[in-house]
Design a binder for this molecule. Structure first.
Ligand code: HEM
Ligand SMILES: [Cu+2]
Length: 381
């Protein structure tokens, strides 16, 4: 069902061509073994020169888009591309070298490999390995079904996070009363992580306990607030989000003070402050935001996928995308109705749908139009 146009067409044509070229080279090898040298030379020359075309017009552009423009070096596809591309250049240069060596006098004597038969054999094997790596890339990009996770940043999770905030603040206070430094620091870490989310700083194993504790979904309450602000940039939502953000930042600062303190009993005032503000976020902040905000949904970008590939939304819904990983992505409509530009870790983009219909979109670096690789679709009703 996937499109036969867009980036996928180039990949499919390249794949077919590469199979032909590899088979041709092995047939050419057989010609050499059976003494048909003229045929051998003609075959290998044709295959190597034809490959130059595919390298220059399909593979280098694809590499340029994904690895260079996207700045992507992480993830299996990018790693395969790097190894494949490096070896590919070596194999292609070796192939051209052999052709020049055999057919012309252009290679100066001191650059002439003595055992060029061995070299040809090595080149053919290297080529085969590169081919297999190429198949691997094709498999990971276009064939392997990407998990459409059940993980969704949802407003329901946002609402629950208010309760998490209150219960961690409670634990913090109890721990401090018992002078339990470890428990206090653990609760403080959970508060900070809940507020920052995994793309925030600080985030992580703040109390050095050996594990990262985050009772939330990793999005971070501050990012949820930014999503609200993007979805409804006017008052009252934006100003309310700012107020709640101020409370959360104070909680974060005070929680960090608890982690740094030798005795949680010494920062009792800050802990009381955390308890008060957490209650305010839960009771006043979150419910009011949810009541005032326009209908909205959040789509997370993580692990080179839009975690909800296809979503059905009502007209008037604000769709908010959040990039939750260190790779740069874009949210680009196939028809360019919207284009986020580069979104790095924590980057947010919003678009309010106003007309019924299907809007396919993709990441400009890791996907393509018509649902290729990193891509998704909005179905507006
Ligand atoms: C002997 C040389 C080479 C052979 C036999 C070869 C073979 C292949 C094969 C079989 C594929 C899978 C089909 C596809 O996804 O398009 C592929 C893809 C690819 N190759 Fe090569 N390749 C060679 C050289 C290179 C070089 C020099 C580069 C360098 C920059 C390169 C970069 C890529 C990229 C980026 C893809 C993924 C294309 C995409 O799916 O968008 N290859 N190659
Ligand atoms: Cu991307």
């Amino acid at each position: 069902m996937q499109a036969i146009l867009g980036t996928r067409l180039a990949a499919d044509v390249n794949l077919a061509a590469q199979i032909v070229l590899l088979v041709g080279l092995w047939i050419g090898f057989y010609f050499a073994r059976s003494g048909q040298i003229t045929r051998h030379a003609a075959m290998q020359t044709t295959m190597v020169m034809a490959n130059l075309f595919f390298i220059l017009f399909v593979m280098v552009p694809s590499f340029y888009q994904y690895v260079i423009l996207g700045g992507t070096t992480g993830g299996i596809v990018a790693r395969l591309m790097l190894i494949h591309g490096l070896l590919g250049v070596v194999a292609q240069v070796a192939g051209i070298y052999v052709i020049l060596r055999m057919r012309t006098g252009l290679i100066p004597p001191r650059f002439r490999v003595r055992d060029f038969r061995l070299m040809m054999r090595w080149t053919l094997w290297l080529w085969t390995v590169i081919f297999v790596l190429g198949i691997g890339m094709y498999y990971y990009r276009y064939l392997l079904p990407k998990p459409v996770t059940t993980f969704t940043a949802s407003l329901e999770r946002f609402r629950q996070a208010g309760g998490d905030l209150v219960s961690q603040a409670g634990e913090l206070r109890t721990a401090a009363e018992r002078r339990d430094v470890q428990a206090a620091r653990r609760a403080a870490e959970r508060l900070v992580n809940l507020i920052e989310g995994k793309t925030g700083t600080p985030y992580g194993d703040l109390d050095k306990s050996g594990s990262v504790e985050d009772p939330g979904d990793g999005i971070g309450l501050l990012n949820y607030l930014r999503a609200f602000t993007k979805a409804a940039p006017e008052a009252p939502v934006a100003s309310l989000a700012e107020t709640v953000g101020g409370w959360l930042k104070t909680i974060r600062t005070d929680a960090l003070a608890v982690i740094a303190a030798a005795d949680p009993g010494a920062v009792g005032g800050k802990i009381e402050n955390v308890v008060t503000l957490a209650g305010r976020v839960e009771r006043e902040g979150i419910p009011k935001l949810m009541a005032d905000a326009p209908p909205m949904i959040i789509i997370v970008m993580d692990d080179f996928v839009f975690t909800r590939k296809q979503v059905t939304v009502r007209k008037g819904t604000a769709v908010v995308w959040i990039n939750q990983e260190g790779e740069t992505h874009t949210v680009t409509a196939d028809d360019k109705k919207f284009n986020s530009g580069d979104l790095s870790a924590g980057g947010i983009f919003a678009f309010t749908v106003t007309e019924a219909g299907t809007i396919p979109y993709y990441c400009d670096y890791h996907g393509g139009r018509k649902g290729v690789d990193m891509a998704g679709a909005l179905v507006v009703e």
